[in-house]
Design a protein around this ligand. Structure first.
Ligand SMILES: C[S@@+](CC[C@H](N)C(=O)[O-])C[C@H]1O[C@@H](n2cnc3c(N)ncnc32)[C@H](O)[C@@H]1O
Length: 117
């Protein structure tokens, strides 16, 4: 989520095999174009325009989610985390990473999100 230029998409596309799907979502058109170019030919990959505050993904359909260096850019990090919770299945794994410069805000949001979901 917040896939940017799609650098991280080919690796999971390899892991999910022929029947799996990897979804990349970003709000920036230039990033989406680069992600589409990077994953051209990888039929498992779906790239879509969307905002992490309102993910264009069906509830409870995702087994693994990753949000890397995105939370420090979003207006409401807690809402973005709640969206990740909404789209993932019970038992799914979510990987989060944020930059040191903005560490505090996402951590506070993380606490808030886990207290409401
Ligand atoms: C530093 S880049 C990280 C990209 C990618 N996650 C990576 O690790 O290579 C941050 C990305 O988050 C996206 N982004 C920021 N706010 C967003 C939002 N509210 N919804 C969707 N994407 C967002 C930006 O467009 C940008 O592509």
């Amino acid at each position: 989520m917040g896939c940017g230029p799609g650098t991280d998409l080919p690796a999971p596309a390899e892991r999910v095999g022929d029947s799996g799907t990897v979804i990349g979502v970003d709000r920036d058109q230039a990033m989406l174009t680069r992600a589409r170019e990077r994953t051209d030919g990888l039929h498992q990959v779906e790239i879509g325009e969307g905002d992490v505050h309102d993910l264009p993904v069906e509830p409870g359909t995702v087994d693994r989610a990753k949000i890397d260096r995105v939370l420090m850019h979003v207006a409401e990090p807690a809402d973005a985390l709640a969206q990740l919770h909404r789209v993932t299945r019970p038992g799914a794994r979510i990987g989060l990473c944020s930059a040191r410069r903005a560490t505090l805000r996402p951590i506070v949001a993380l606490r808030t999100a886990f207290s409401v979901v």
